[in-house]
Design a protein around this ligand. Structure first.
Ligand code: ATP
Ligand code: MG
Length: 671
């Protein structure tokens, strides 16, 4: 999507949508019909018509799409105006709203956002504290129950299981004490703030007079409620989506939001787009043949703009290593012979584990690549530790980051002392940080430990002031670097590494955080703004996918809204796609939509693969091809197996050496 947009580059239905700026608008259309392009032009059109950019809000599904949409608008209008637009995800929007007014709900404005590992850490502590340690309670499962209740607006202790109810209650109480909120709270609290405080609502309704929501099929009930508060008369709201691409049901997304949009906003202008500009006719035929197997969907006409096209391929592979090797080798070949840039290629997969083999194969062939949607930078232990230090500097009252690094690297405050301090903090209803400064608590510690605690709190306080003081001209990245050197963080991390490769990667992770912070500081951002960006993974998405070059290895979920000339979709096997839980959970339709999303990412070429064997926890497990394959229209598909496609190219010997080098690399990676 590199060409710049303009009104003349739109078809009639798209233009109709662009020129209807007042009142509710619903654009319901299939994949690749230019929905995103249309709303992007529509926003540019608003600015050209004299609507103030400050009055325009566009909500996108990922940070990457937000960046892209703003850039597109900027290319069409005055760049300065484009920069004044609010283009962000629901979560970023809520953070903005809450940083302004969360004090009205009794929180302090410097709240910390707990995501992923912070939440799991807290729940794990609570399971132990509430005596559930021996009951095999899974922290992730407890968290997902807590999250579900919150999203449905139920009280935290509304759980069938007493222990879970107790943990959920304690979890809420802990977040409050630590002045922290989790991702669900962002939505819940923002909606409450608007609902309960008319003044806040009035200000925001007046500010955001024109609201657009892309990928509306994946909004959940809470997001809909938030919108209801945010959109004031005369309801200038435009929503865009495709019910066939609703793939976040497991996270509470509710496709009826789009299908019953009229209920919330009567008499909307409904725009149906029918021409697919993205994919070849062949790709589109196959995608359509699949999705029509879903029942209860809104029938849509999808006409290809590009006729013909190469047939799609389905290739059976002996195992997942061969699958990865084949793809890497073919990409290499196409790059060399056909001069295709690396960025033309994407490999789509269903589960995170699938990316390991693919990554290893890319490395074996020296192919530049980027991984999107799977385990990433921010999930690395050393990165999370450094981030915990920064969170603690910002809000020392939040226990989770503080406890994470209190003795990492070891500084003479052992497990026993930590337990004692934590208990003492609980008895006195104060945070761990406050307990560490409390004379009575300190008196309970041995002289040696007490000294370590004081040295630690002194150092933290000093660094904290340097980071938070607006008058301090030091770059925050330099302050962090100096602090990490003082505590020999790098040295400690290095000592825990087994191989040189690991040492290098870990050191890189630490440098990266320092560099990110340095950049943010240079751009005049505060620590709070930096942490919000990180928590919302804004940097993760746009940096990874936009700035880094190479073949894109991406989960099907993360691929929504994107397009690539040449796509490989791996692991078309029962248990993977459809995912093994989907049968029992009655979500096979959602899996089908996921595959539909995958196929409709392809512009020109599409290859799907499945394996007879896949390695799982060190064992080779037999796999069978996906039930979805039988549903595809084979008129536009050719079938192959590994031998016929590889021909006699690779001798057994060569293959063996390839696999052994592949295995070496995977071993290297083991943490
Ligand atoms: P998805 O459902 O995957 O989100 P979408 O409906 O948002 O897709 P876009 O991503 O906006 O579709 O557009 C798909 C492709 O079609 C893009 O490359 C876009 O530039 C192109 N396109 C859209 N409309 C037109 C048009 N009128 N003329 C030419 N190309 C178009
Ligand atoms: Mg789109």
């Amino acid at each position: 999507m590199s060409e710049s947009f303009s009104l003349s580059s739109l078809n009639e239905a798209q233009r109709d949508a662009v020129s209807t700026l007042d009142g509710p608008v619903l654009i319901l259309a299939g994949a690749g019909t230019g929905k995103t392009r249309t709303v992007t032009c529509r926003i540019a059109h608003m600015l050209k018509k004299g609507i103030a950019p400050q009055n325009v809000l566009a909500v996108t599904f990922t940070n990457k799409s937000a960046v892209e949409m703003r850039e597109r608008v900027c290319a069409m209008v005055d760049k300065k105006a484009g920069k004044l637009l609010t283009v962000c995800t629901f979560h970023s929007l809520c953070v903005r709203i809450l940083r302004e007014g969360i004090d009205k709900l009794g929180y302090k404005k410097n709240f910390t956002i707990y995501a992923g590992s912070d939440q799991v850490g807290l729940v794990k502590q609570l399971i132990v504290r509430k005596g559930g340690k021996d009951l095999n309670l899974d922290a992730m499962q407890v968290l997902s129950m807590i999250s579900k209740n919150k999203n449905e607006g139920l009280a935290p202790d509304y759980h069938a299981d007493d222990l879970v109810a107790e943990i959920a209650k304690a979890y809420e109480a802990e977040l409050r004490t630590q002045n922290a909120v989790d991702f669900d709270d962002l939505m819940v609290l923002a909606e409450r703030l608007l609902r309960e405080h008319e003044d806040v609502r009035a200000v925001l309704q007046d500010k955001y007079r024109y609201i657009t929501v892309d990928e509306f099929q994946d909004t959940n009930g809470l997001q809909m409620k938030l919108l209801k508060q945010l959109v004031g008369k005369p309801f200038n709201i435009c929503v865009v989506g495709d019910d066939d691409q609703s793939i976040y049901g497991w996270r509470g997304a509710d496709v009826t939001n789009i299908l019953q949009f009229e209920k919330h906003y009567p008499n909307p202008k409904v725009i149906l787009l029918e021409v697919n500009y993205r994919s070849s006719a062949a790709v589109l035929h196959v995608a359509n043949s699949l999705i029509k197997n879903n029942i209860g969907r809104r029938e849509k006409e999808l006409k290809p703009h590009h006729p013909g096209g190469e047939k799609l391929r389905i290739i059976s592979m002996p195992g997942d290593e061969e699958e990865a090797e084949f793809i890497a080798e073919e990409i290499m070949e196409r790059h060399r012979v056909n001069k295709k840039p690396w960025e033309d290629f994407a490999v789509l997969f269903r589960t995170n584990q699938q990316s390991r083999n693919l990554e290893a194969a890319m490395r074996a062939f020296d192919i530049p690549y980027r991984v999107v949607g799977a385990q990433s930078f921010f999930d690395k232990k050393e990165v999370r530790d450094v981030m915990a230090y920064l969170q603690m500097f910002y809000n020392p009252l939040s226990d989770v980051p503080l406890l994470r690094i209190l003795n990492a690297p070891p500084r003479g405050i052992g497990q026993g002392s930590i337990l004692l301090i934590t208990e003492a903090s609980r008895e006195r209803e104060m945070s761990v940080w406050e307990a560490m400064a409390n004379e009575e608590v300190l008196a309970e510690l041995s002289t040696k430990v007490k000294k370590s605690v004081i040295a630690f709190t002194d150092l933290v306080t000093e660094t904290r002031h340097r980071l938070l003081d607006q008058n301090n001209r030091e770059n925050m990245g330099d302050v962090l670097k100096e602090f990490l050197e003082t505590i020999d963080f790098g040295g400690w991390v290095q000592r825990s590494c087994k191989t040189d490769n690991e040492k290098e990667k870990r050191a890189e992770g630490i440098h990266d955080v320092v560099d990110y912070l340095r950049d943010a500081s240079r751009q005049g951002k505060t620590l709070s703004q930096f942490l919000d960006r990180m928590a919302l993974q804004e940097d993760r998405n746009d940096d990874d996918i936009e700035k880094q070059k190479g073949v894109c290895l991406i989960t099907l979920h993360a691929s929504k809204g994107l397009e690539f000339p040449i796509v490989y979709l791996v692991g078309l096997e029962n248990g993977i796609l459809p995912h093994k839980r989907s049968q029992a959970e009655g979500t096979v339709d959602e899996e089908r939509r996921l595959l539909y999303v995958g196929i409709t990412r392809a512009q020109d070429e599409m290859t799907m693969t499945y394996c007879s064997y896949r390695s799982k926890y060190g064992e080779r497990v037999h796999c069978e091809s996906s039930i979805f394959i039988k549903e595809l229209d084979f008129e536009h598909i050719t079938e192959h197996d590994y031998e016929d496609i590889m021909g006699a190219e690779a001798s057994e010997e060569e293959q063996e050496s390839f696999f052994s080098s592949l295995n070496d690399m995977l071993d290297d990676d083991e943490d």
